[in-house]
Write a protein that binds this ligand. Structure first.
Ligand code: ZN
Length: 276
């Protein structure tokens, strides 16, 4: 059985780190994925020690920080900003005992036209540079392919080739249900079973509406069981790959941002639990 996790994107517009921590603890989540932008808000009125204290006296534990985005083909200025945010994430992760940081490939109309070899070479180089920074903090990078073609790395197959070439214990993969669905409507769920256990770091659980690929977007994510993703088959596949971490509920649905965060977080636990 997988553990229950919560990703803060789910209520990012109608909650805060402080509230998410309380509600996730209340509804029995085992892990939380904190967002770096929400953490920056939190730290305006709280200290890292307060966050650390919360986790020490709670069942809820930190799992992965979200997220370092657009990591590929950066200009020197973009890279400098990225490293600054990434280092901020590493410092917090180390302080609170959070094992992973999610890193995401670049989305842009121009860069998604690059050929696969260029994306491979750049990703291997960038992940190595970030791992050089993260390893002294004891933090691991979980590379997440985003299924839509606008992202330069959009399949698990492509992402696995990249992290295999990087070949560091500190660099692995995130499997996200909608990102697998957006790539090929989950035509090859069995591929997940081929991911080596030591390379499968994070699992994001979600469902989505029945829109055509190319139209379907992240705002169409919906509670598990309310959409068309074969979640059961995906959970079976991550389990058979040896994954023992949490299934972290990650939604970006504006409708849920209009609701009371407590209702969303309670509904998230209720709808996700049957799939664990
Ligand atoms: Zn995700």
């Amino acid at each position: 059985m997988l553990k229950l996790g919560y990703n803060e994107a789910t209520c990012k517009e109608n909650s805060s780190v402080e509230q998410d921590l309380q509600l996730c603890e209340k509804y029995g989540y085992d892990f939380i994925e904190l967002r770096l932008d929400m953490l920056k808000e939190y730290l305006k009125t709280h200290s890292i020690d307060q966050l650390k204290d919360f986790f020490q006296r709670s069942h809820l534990k930190p799992y992965a920080l979200n997220s370092i985005e657009n990591i590929n083909f950066c200009t020197p200025q973009q890279w400098e900003q990225l490293v600054e945010l990434f280092t901020f994430g590493c410092r917090i992760a180390q302080a609170i005992g959070n094992p992973y940081i999610i890193v995401v490939p670049t989305v842009s109309e121009e860069i998604c036209n690059k050929n696969e070899k260029d994306v491979f070479d750049d990703s291997v180089q960038v992940l190595n540079k970030l791992a050089d920074i993260a390893e002294p903090y004891g933090v691991k990078l979980s590379f997440e392919p985003i299924g839509d073609r606008r992202w330069c790395c959009n399949s698990l197959r492509q992402a696995l080739e990249i992290v295999t070439a990087v070949d560091r214990d500190s660099v692995g993969l995130t499997v996200d249900c909608i990102n697998v669905y957006m790539n090929d409507k989950c035509a090859d769920v069995e591929f997940i079973r081929k991911i080596p256990k030591q390379k499968l770091f994070v699992f994001h659980i979600n469902d989505c509406e029945d829109f055509p690929l190319g139209i379907l977007d992240h705002c169409d994510r919906i509670m598990p069981g309310h959409g068309v993703i074969p979640i059961e088959a995906m959970v079976e596949a991550v389990k058979s790959a040896g994954y023992e971490g949490p299934a972290c509920l990650e939604l970006f649905r504006p409708e849920y941002w209009e609701m009371d965060a407590e209702d969303v977080i309670r509904m998230g636990a209720e709808t996700t639990r049957p799939f664990l």
